[in-house]
Design a protein around this ligand. Structure first.
Ligand code: NAD
Ligand code: UDP
Ligand code: UDP
Length: 320
């Protein structure tokens, strides 16, 4: 329902044509707000937001966050950044620029407007962690010159800028460290395990498990994650984060492959391929802080989330 004018906010979402951004915009629009989506469509697509074009409370702006942006808004969510290794390693210099210059420009905007700003940070700031599960007070273990550094260090520097704008200029910041998330509108060719397994199963191809498949991950369903974004943004002044947002429920890649096979009904095999270098055995968030400060925890079970994601991927694939 549209809100009364007094409580309606105008909200800027950078990276709004992407996977997470488009779900965030759907929720903000459903709450009655006005949304400006700024995106250069590097990995995002108009398809993710095409259902919003007729809505008078939605506006799309093709814009690269490496450039300054002058607008009048009440809140900013900064999500613009390629997120998966295939995408962020395609042009690593641009990835660092997007994280760092994008953060600086959006913080400059927030400083001028005296408005609250949210940063989509990442579990990658912990690098290849030496402690499990990761808490927010762990400083991380990042290789500053490796091929993942453009993303990891870019996001770390963005966090630094957020905290310095907060301390030096009093900007109200909200920093979320997002762990692996999946759901409809995730990029089908991002090379991640969920999208690979589903596209393979739907195409009648064998599922490629890297290594023995005993490594574990924990995946958060997108609706749960967006609920965490909104709670963090609405939290009282003083709650800056960083706050881990993710699902602490761990499963092995073999378990994931069985679930995908069961839910798609595909009659294909699992084949093993070499484990990529530096592939972590385990990754899992400690979400105690989000539970305590935001009253947040994920609710959607893997089977339900996967079923929704598979239904979405079916709309992209040719019929079988
Ligand atoms: P995505 O690639 O679907 O979305 C990113 C969006 O940013 C895209 O629409 C892309 O076109 C846009 N973009 C990229 N560079 C830009 C630029 N210079 N100017 C303007 N727009 C630009 O990825 P996502 O999964 O939706 O990720 C959104 C944010 O969340 C990213 O900042 C990412 O680092 C972070 N994150 C995501 C995950 C996850 O599991 N999906 C995990 C940790 C962090
Ligand atoms: N900026 C922007 N929109 C604004 C205000 C600032 O894009 O409404 C950009 C500005 O161009 C600068 C960055 O944000 O590159 C940081 O701004 P800040 O005011 O902090 O720094 P300064 O402009 O003094 O270097
Ligand atoms: N993986 C896999 N098959 C694939 C893609 C990935 O077995 O087709 C494995 C990968 O080696 C890793 C896990 O799945 O152990 C998660 O990989 P992803 O790239 O999705 O996320 P990340 O490693 O960044 O957590």
């Amino acid at each position: 329902m549209p809100r009364l004018y007094e409580s309606r906010k105008r909200i800027l979402v950078t990276g709004g044509a992407g996977f997470l951004g488009s779900h965030l915009i759907d929720r903000l629009i459903a709450q009655g707000h006005e949304v400006i989506c700024a995106d250069n469509l590097f990995t995002g697509t108009k398809r993710n937001i095409e259902h919003l074009h007729a809505n008078p409370r939605f506006e799309f702006l093709r814009h690269d966050v490496c450039n300054p942006l002058k607008l009048e808004v009440d809140e900013i969510y900064n999500l613009a950044c390629p997120a998966s290794p295939v995408h962020y390693q395609y042009n690593p210099v641009l990835t660092t620029k997007t994280s760092v210059m994008g953060a600086m420009n959006m913080l400059g905007l927030a400083k001028r407007l005296r408005c609250r700003i949210f940063q989509a940070s990442t579990s990658e700031v912990y690098g290849d962690p030496e402690v499990h599960p990761q808490r927010e007070d762990y400083w991380g273990h990042v290789n500053p010159i490796g091929t993942r550094a453009c993303y990891d260090e870019g996001k770390r520097c963005a966090e630094t800028l957020f905290f310095d704008y907060h301390r030096q200029h009093g900007v109200e910041i909200r920093v979320a460290r997002i762990f692996n998330t999946y759901g409809p509108r995730m990029h089908p060719r991002d090379g991640r395990v969920v999208s690979n397994f589903i596209t393979q199963a739907l195409a009648g191809e064998d599922l490629t498990v890297y290594g023995d498949g005993a490594q574990t991950r924990s995946f958060c369903y997108v609706d749960d994650l967006i609920d965490g974004f909104l709670r963090l943004m609405e939290a009282p002044s003083g709650v800056t984060g960083p706050v881990n947002l993710g699902n602490p429920h761990e499963f092995t890649m073999m378990e994931l492959s069985s679930q995908v096979l069961k839910l798609t009904g595909a009659s294909v095999k699992v084949i093993h391929q070499p484990l990529p270098a530096d592939d972590p055995r385990q990754r899992r968030p400690d979400i105690s802080l989000a539970r305590e400060t935001l009253g947040w925890e994920p609710k959607v079970e893997l089977a339900e989330g996967l079923a929704n994601t598979i239904a979405y991927f079916r709309t992209l694939s040719p019929p079988h």
